[in-house]
Design a protein around this ligand. Structure first.
Ligand SMILES: Nc1ncnc2c1ncn2[C@@H]1O[C@H](COP(=O)(O)OP(=O)(O)OP(=O)(O)O)[C@@H](O)[C@H]1O
Length: 446
């Protein structure tokens, strides 16, 4: 009897709260107005205050979109810089319990503990927001957070899964045929290497006979060594000296492909019916920054030939090849993926950045670091969630939760294609494979 009375009272008060919450859901506009005022986003002009004006509000099944006219004297960047303040303001609330929460509530002798648990969960649940600009300031307030973990799904052709977006939790795919080069950034331990593994494993599964890899793993060989002996890997490097060999080899293959196309009177590999695609992937491109080189002194003989190249020269030459591949490679079937955790301007060669129409950035420490990868702020505002990133193409930006690959998938994928590379040492792995490529190039055009 006592139990029934307690539960009836509790359920009644919770239902009432849920009713108010339901009516308040999707209506954060008052809160937003208040936040704009308190955080100094409105502008004082003499006696007048120019406010951020709500023009349109629309409810969707994922949440609510607000469109604002920005007052004179403010820019989108001012609002983007206050994203955390806006999100915190939206989340200062009374707990919103909805009817569906009660459906999940277990009604047993632990009812009070269950309600307390539900209440605590709702209290810590956070609504996420996204800011964008298309002439109007757009603020999207999402009812549900993105999942924190997403499984790797199968892609198709040259389309690789890049993550779940908020809209209907739909997986989006990066099409390397449409956007050949990619820059990846993000602070340490947020998911760059994991995404590179997703890309490599997906491409091996989807295009086992057409994909070729030129891998440069400057993180001590821990990330990409799983692919060293698969037939798709043309060459692999773990040190800057080896990286130069790998890049030079990739560049030479690219030039020979250019020659083949020229003779065939074709402009692009697609026109020539060549299915092979080469992926040059560098995990921690920052290690190839010549400005950071300690050893800057070349040793040359009396004829000016190198006896020993300095670290600086090696890195400069690496960057030269990277820039050439980025500039000329797209039509020749070359794709370049450069990953870095460093947030300084010169870490990615300018030509590589300019030729990469896609950028994906995990959380970084500052707006400056975000600009290095995305040419704009935003990645510093991402929540501290591994795998959460901004995926940016020429015309749009979306937040994604990138897929998490397992050791099992990597093993299952690679073990099908392990070949005997004749005990070739790491730095010379490419020498043997290069011969294979010459053959593939000929058959590719026939
Ligand atoms: N998409 C993801 N979803 C969930 N967890 C992830 C995801 N990506 C990475 N992680 C987790 O974060 C850890 C670090 O990821 P990863 O090694 O890819 O980071 P990184 O950015 O390459 O770091 P570093 O630059 O220091 O090498 C992984 O071991 C994994 O546990």
């Amino acid at each position: 009897m006592i139990f029934e009375t307690i539960t009836t009272t509790l359920m009644g008060s919770l239902a009432l709260k849920a009713y108010f919450s339901k009516n308040a859901a999707g209506n954060d506009s008052k809160k937003l107005n208040k936040i704009f005022t308190l955080s100094g986003l409105n502008v004082k002009d003499g006696n007048q205050t120019l406010t951020t004006q709500l023009v349109k509000k629309k409810n969707y099944d994922w949440g609510t979109e607000y469109r604002y006219r920005i007052p004179l004297g403010r820019s989108f960047e001012d609002y983007a810089a206050k994203q955390k303040t806006i999100e915190a303001g939206i989340n200062t609330r009374t707990v919103k319990l909805q009817l569906k929460d009660f459906r999940e509530l277990k009604i047993d002798k632990n009812i009070i503990a269950n309600i307390r648990e539900l209440y605590t969960k709702k209290l810590t649940d956070k609504k996420e927001i996204e800011l964008s600009y298309d002439g109007m300031l757009i603020i999207r307030v999402y009812n549900e957070s993105l999942p924190k973990e997403v499984e790797l799904e199968e892609g198709k052709g040259w389309k690789v899964p890049f993550g779940i977006t908020r809209e209907k939790n739909k997986m989006i795919y990066h099409d390397f045929e449409k956007i050949p080069h990619l820059v990846l950034g993000g602070a340490t331990r947020y998911g760059k290497s994991n995404l590179i593994n997703c890309i490599i494993a997906s491409l091996i599964r989807q295009q086992p006979n057409n994909v070729k890899f030129h891998l440069i793993d400057l993180k001590g060989g821990v990330e990409l060594c799983d692919y060293q002996n698969v037939k798709q890997t043309v060459s692999i490097a773990y040190e800057p000296e080896e990286a130069l060999e790998v890049l030079k080899n990739a560049y030479e293959i690219m030039r020979s492909k250019q020659e083949v196309l020229r003779k065939a009177g074709k402009k692009k590999v697609q026109d020539a019916g060549i299915n092979e695609r080469h992926f040059v992937i560098i995990d921690e491109v920052g290690e190839l920054n010549p400005d950071e080189a300690v050893d800057k002194k070349d040793i040359k003989d009396s004829d000016g030939n190198y006896i020993k190249k300095s670290e600086k020269t090696i890195k400069l030459e690496c960057q030269k090849y990277m820039s050439q591949i980025a500039r000329l490679g797209a039509g020749l079937g070359f794709r370049q993926i450069l990953a870095t955790q460093y947030g300084t301007g010169d870490v990615i060669p300018r030509q590589c950045k300019q030729n990469s129409d896609a950028k994906l950035c995990f959380r970084v420490q500052s707006g400056t670091a975000s600009r290095v990868v995305l040419d704009g702020e935003g990645a510093e505002q991402l929540p501290e969630i591994k795998g959460r990133a901004i995926y940016q193409m020429a015309d749009k930006r979306v937040i994604v939760q990138t897929p998490l690959i397992t050791e099992g998938i990597i093993k299952e994928t690679t073990e099908l294609y392990i070949i005997d590379k004749g005990g070739a040492s790491i730095g010379s792995t490419h020498t043997k494979a290069r011969k294979n490529i010459a053959v593939i190039e000929k058959t590719g055009l026939s």
